[in-house]
Ligand binder design. Structure first.
Ligand code: HAM
Length: 398
């Protein structure tokens, strides 16, 4: 990440902050690495992330540590460890930072990438589902991410999912010879992932597969209907996708994903869902929760690359090498608060400094003289004397 690319990133950070903070979300940071066990238990042993994508190492004390591949399990750990479950619920949190997955790098897929994420812990109210989806929709829209689609589904409770998994396993076994070899190999461990396959034969079989949406309990179906009703009421468009399978095991009930048709194969811009059993599974009290994470690089790619923001220099202070450099430094310090101000290097000739002022596109150049200043309008080329610092401040304020 070099300075040329940093402006849109910083703007996205400010946009996320300006969207989430007023909605009651508090920013938190969790460590870059955690006990491997946290991810193995939290994300799920059968997931791609745990099976082959984690950067795991031993520390000097022989403990197994892992660079965080995602942020939800660490947040659940922090929620319990720091007694957030004892405060008034729900707790609203957001985060931003680097994450690590050992995947084959390609456009939009990196081994170190950044996520912005939000989580609400301690409520199972469908209004929270709709709220958090609406906030991500707002951020993506404000960031100018193009050709967005929101896919939505419900996975039911862990128990419904278990029963459905058994039914689906039976179905997949009965059609095993029509499935791709990697799907066949995973029938027992993670039958739901068969919906994710890009293999044509598997795809055809999955069109006839029973869907989880048809197996939801009345309570879960009602919860999902309420989430949809709230999104409808707010005019947020979505598609119901019964085959929406997220790559992490902790999801229950609502799941969603924003994709951008402007991206290539890696079209997932951001996604998430409920994880009503995860906090308890990690040793905390039963705590329903929901959240999402979005890829910073993918949002910027979907926004069509760098907008034409340039670092602009308003005032350039040209300083001679003698004692006037102190005056120049004082002027630079004083102007900085109001204008983006760059100071020339006193070691350089005046001619060199004027060239530099030109190169950085300064609007004004202040030349420090023995008895005052010269103020040069870099657009018209006109130059006029200014007697004092106060006058200089005034002249530049106009
Ligand atoms: P995820 O879908 O695995 O969910 O990742 C979220 C987003 O991170 C993706 O939509 C994508 O934009 C970005 N991303 C993932 N892997 C890469 C990569 N290798 N290179 C670039 N970008 C990537 C989670 O991580 C869950 N923790 C989300 C969540 C929060 N669920 C509930 N709360």
């Amino acid at each position: 990440m070099l300075p040329d690319d940093s402006v849109p990133r910083l703007e996205l950070f400010l946009l996320a902050s300006a969207t989430l903070e007023p909605a009651g979300y508090g920013f938190l940071e969790t460590p870059i690495f955690e006990d491997t066990e946290l991810f193995a238990r939290g994300v799920g042993e059968s997931t791609d992330i745990v099976q082959k994508e984690m950067f795991t190492f031993e520390d000097m004390g022989g403990r197994s540590l892992t660079l965080r591949p995602e942020g939800t399990a660490p947040i659940c750990r922090a929620y319990v460890e720091h007694g957030m479950h004892k405060r008034p619920q729900p707790i609203r949190l957001w985060y931003w930072g680097p994450f690590f997955r050992h995947e084959a790098p390609q456009a939009g897929r990196y081994r170190q990438f950044s996520q912005v994420g939000a989580e609400v812990l301690g409520s199972d109210d469908p209004a929270v589902d709709a709220e958090i989806i609406a906030l991500l929709a707002d951020i993506l829209e404000e960031a100018d991410a193009r050709a967005l689609r929101l896919r939505l589904s419900s996975l039911g409770t862990a128990e419904t999912r278990r029963e459905y998994s058994e039914e689906l396993t039976g179905f997949l076994r009965s059609r095993a010879d029509e499935l791709a070899p990697d799907v066949q190999a995973r029938i027992e461990a993670n039958p739901l992932r068969a919906f994710d396959s890009s293999d044509a034969g598997t795809h055809a079989v999955m069109k006839e597969a029973p869907t989880l949406l048809d197996r939801l309990t009345a309570e879960d179906a009602e919860h999902f209907a309420e989430v949809r009703g709230l999104l409808d009421a707010a005019g947020i468009e979505y598609e119901i996708d019964p085959a929406l399978v997220r790559g992490l095991d902790y999801y229950t009930r609502t799941v969603f994903e924003f994709t951008s048709d402007a991206l290539g194969a890696q079209s997932g811009v951001g996604g998430g869902g409920r994880y009503d059993a995860l906090v308890e599974q990690l040793g905390g009290p039963p705590t329903p929760a929901i959240g999402w994470a979005a890829g910073v690089e993918r949002i910027l790619l979907a926004a069509g690359g760098a907008p034409d923001v340039e670092r602009t220099v308003e005032v350039f202070v040209a300083v001679p090498k003698d004692e006037r450099r102190r005056t120049g430094f004082r002027v630079w310090k004083r102007l900085r608060g109001e204008h983006s101000t760059l100071m020339g290097e006193p070691g350089r000739s005046m001619k060199g400094q004027m060239k530099q002022a030109d190169r950085v596109g300064a609007r004004w150049t202040v030349i420090v003289e023995d008895d005052g200043f010269e103020l040069k309008d870099m657009e018209s080329g006109e130059q006029r004397p200014v007697a004092s610092e106060d006058e200089l401040v005034k002249a530049l304020a106009q």
